[in-house]
Design a protein around this ligand. Structure first.
Ligand code: FES
Ligand code: FES
Length: 201
């Protein structure tokens, strides 16, 4: 007998199969999972109002909002980084409030207004946040950019003249691995000045 990890796994696998076969009909076992075993996920279908457009997606109960936005609906601007509700890269707005889309279930956002970085502006029509951010080089690698940009928009929608403390507090849930924090904070404050009509960009 060759004692190897591969043979051990093979033996363990046949043990499982024999246990299952020896316990009665396989068909009956599939139709009625033993208590405590996970039951198959059910599929849901819902409308997601993404940047003003109603889009239909099918998803399982466990599917996150990020998976619906980026994988199922193809809006890949929202970055998923830590995937554990720590960094803020995946932030989107739901009815105007920032949420980590990696830790929000799709079903929680179904039927609500979702705002992503694609809704902010594009190459031909940049939002002032993007123009000012470009001037101050507020994006280095860019991994955090989509997240803090939508959070900053939510702040500026409510308050076009935030103090530095208010900006730092609003963006507290965002980690920038490139440490571009001074440029990011200045971008949000100076964008406020543009939106108030006190500066041009
Ligand atoms: S990827 Fe969602 S918080 Fe980091
Ligand atoms: S610019 Fe690189 S993580 Fe923020």
């Amino acid at each position: 007998m060759n004692y190897s990890r591969r043979n051990f796994l093979k033996a363990a696998g046949s043990g499982v199969a024999l246990t299952a076969l020896g316990g009665g009909s396989m068909l009956a076992a599939v139709a009625s999972p033993a208590p405590g075993l996970p039951v198959p996920m059910t599929k849901e279908k819902a409308i997601f109002i993404l940047n003003g457009k109603p889009l239909v997606a099918e998803y399982e109960a466990r599917t996150t909002l990020w998976e619906v936005i980026a994988v199922k609906l193809g809006l890949t601007g929202t970055t998923r980084s830590c995937n554990r509700a720590s960094c803020g890269a995946c932030s989107v707005l739901i009815d105007g409030t920032p949420f980590y889309s990696c830790h929000t279930l799709a079903m929680e956002a179904a039927g609500k207004k979702i705002f992503t970085i694609e809704g902010l502006g594009d190459e031909k029509n940049l939002h002032p946040l993007q123009k000012v951010g470009y001037l101050y080089m507020a994006a280095d690698c860019g991994f955090c950019t989509a997240g803090w940009s939508v959070t900053a928009k939510a702040l500026l929608d409510k308050n076009q003249n935030p103090s530095e403390d208010e900006v730092r507090s609003a963006l507290a849930g965002h980690i920038c691995r490139c440490a571009a924090y001074p440029a990011i904070v200045r971008t949000v404050m100076d964008t406020g000045a543009v939106l108030r009509g006190e500066a041009e960009v």
